[in-house]
Design a protein around this ligand. Structure first.
Ligand code: ATP
Length: 344
């Protein structure tokens, strides 16, 4: 399904929950709506579903305005975080539910349910009840049930939130594969950036009711357009006055500009480790944390604390060590603009 949303707004009484949100989604894409709690993600999803009506703005599916269309006529499937399976029904009956509502014949229903059981890896579980399944299996039933009536758009609200961390990763990969194979346009809500980065073709960052940025995970990571996006995706340190850092003195011509620096753009080590030691500036190790595959180092430079990583291959640093610090790149933001500045 091709989706076009323009100037979507939602007020709940005095509260402006969704503010002038516009976007287009191409058919077959898997989109992650990402942002902090209360930002408006679920409200946007519910308006797409027809469970909530917009205060203003248009929702267009395949060139047709659907603002007034009830949910059951929009060709959508739903998956919620708490599975919302019918507890008193078997896996088979749960999946068949939407087909019975559509009054399909018994044979048609059987064929569709069994193909979905196969597709979702639930063969042999058809006669179990939800309480006899694991969390991951229940979520697959919810997925199969949503797909049964052949929706053109799949909406998923925090689909992995109730799944324990160990199998969440497995289930995410599974879901991404499945959606790709089926080519069905899908939108999922999450507040977990790793999940959005791992699963989505495109991410929409929603904050305080606004769409801050839309793009591929890579693009959003590399080219954040607002300070909020830069600090929400990936790790970073905010530096109030970047012109104090060596190589960034030119930034003093933009007073009030803040900088955000990602760990991978900072090098820290003994002075002897640097090829051009004069390009570095003195710092002191504040904390060091072992992260399994590397060290995370917090280092102070003047009154700024920066966070970076250090390979396990290198000599271990200790808190209090005097070190040299080299910052390669910073994201700069002021009220009107954002840009990237390289160390000169
Ligand atoms: P979460 O991740 O916590 O689910 P969200 O980004 O999905 O957050 P929404 O659920 O869309 O955010 O809520 C956005 C804002 O609108 C919140 O401040 C919420 O309290 C408010 N809100 C949502 N639904 C209603 C409602 N029916 N009546 C009044 N306020 C509402």
């Amino acid at each position: 399904m091709h989706i076009e949303v323009s100037n979507l707004n939602k007020h709940f009484g005095d509260f402006h929950a969704v503010r002038d949100v516009s976007f287009t989604i191409e058919k077959g894409r898997l989109i992650g709506l990402l942002g902090p709690s209360g930002g408006g993600k679920t409200s946007i999803l519910r308006m797409l579903a027809g469970l909530e009506s917009p205060t203003s703005g248009d929702i267009v599916f395949h060139g047709k305005k659907v603002n007034e269309l009830p949910p059951q006529e929009r060709g959508i499937g739903f998956v919620f975080q708490n599975y919302a399976l019918f507890k008193h029904m078997t896996v088979y009956d749960n999946i068949a539910f939407g087909l019975k509502v559509k009054k399909q014949s018994k044979d048609q229903i059987r064929e569709r349910v069994m193909s979905l059981v196969e597709l979702t890896g639930l063969k042999g579980f058809e006669h179990r009840y939800p309480h006899q399944l694991s969390g991951g299996q229940r979520q697959r039933v919810a997925f199969a049930r949503a797909l049964a009536p052949e929706p053109q758009l799949l909406l998923l609200d925090e689909p992995f939130a109730a799944i324990d961390a160990k199998i969440r990763h497995e289930l995410r990969t599974w879901l991404k594969d499945m959606i790709e194979r089926l080519g069905i346009t899908s939108i999922f809500v999450t507040h977990d950036q790793d999940e959005a980065i791992e699963v989505a073709d495109e991410i929409m960052i929603i904050n305080k009711g606004r769409l801050e940025q839309k793009g591929s995970p890579w693009d959003i990571y590399k080219n954040p357009q607002t300070q909020f996006v830069a600090s929400f995706i990936g790790e970073s340190t905010i530096v109030e006055d970047v012109s104090k850092l060596k190589g960034f003195e030119d930034a003093s011509v933009w007073p009030g500009t803040k900088a955000l620096i990602r760990p991978e753009y900072i090098e820290v080590g003994k002075r002897s480790e640097f090829r051009i030691a004069s390009a570095t500036e003195p710092g002191r190790v504040k904390h060091i944390h072992f992260r399994g595959s590397e060290w995370m180092v917090e280092v102070t430079v003047g009154d700024t604390t920066l966070i970076t990583y250090r390979s396990l291959e290198k000599e271990v640093l200790q808190p209090g060590d005097e070190v040299s610090v080299l910052v390669h790149r910073a994201y700069l933001f002021n009220d009107n603009d954002s840009w990237i500045m390289e160390n000169k």
